[in-house]
Design a protein around this ligand. Structure first.
Ligand SMILES: [Cu+2]
Length: 138
């Protein structure tokens, strides 16, 4: 019996990582009046894998376009710049937070309200993808 359990444990450990490589927490989108054409989104991303994970694009049915933005302070002037890839090192963590890196979710395809749960697709450089849920909050 112990040998059987050891075998099952071996199977579980040696399985290739499935298409949910990142642990995502506190993923939310700031609610804004419908007339405003973009929303900022925030979350914590953790990569528990022993390999780096590289996000190359992000999309959602609820928005026409999603970008990753970095906020920069150049001589006291704040500006935002799109970044093309987001690399999570092995066992690394990235925080998307107000005043820092964030998702820029552009042109909602429908009216969003507080409490809505929005599906967002993270596309990785190895052709895998991961669906995450972001909640619209005040
Ligand atoms: Cu932005």
């Amino acid at each position: 019996m112990n040998r059987f359990i050891a075998f099952i444990t071996f199977l579980i450990i040696s399985m290739p990582s499935v298409a949910q490589p990142l642990h995502v927490s506190d993923a939310w989108i700031k609610n804004l009046p419908p007339a405003i054409p973009m929303r900022a989104g925030y979350m914590q991303l953790m990569n528990h894998d022993a390999n780096a994970a590289t996000i190359v694009s992000i999309s959602s049915d609820a928005f026409e376009k999603v970008e990753i933005h970095q906020t920069m302070n150049i001589d006291g002037v704040m500006s935002m710049h799109p970044i093309n890839t987001l690399v999570l090192e092995a066992n690394g963590m990235v925080s998307l937070k107000p005043g820092g890196m964030h998702l820029m979710l552009m042109k909602p395809t429908r009216e969003l309200k507080i409490g809505d749960e929005i599906e967002i697709v993270l596309q990785f450089d190895n052709d895998s993808s991961q669906v995450i849920i972001m909640t619209v909050k005040k």
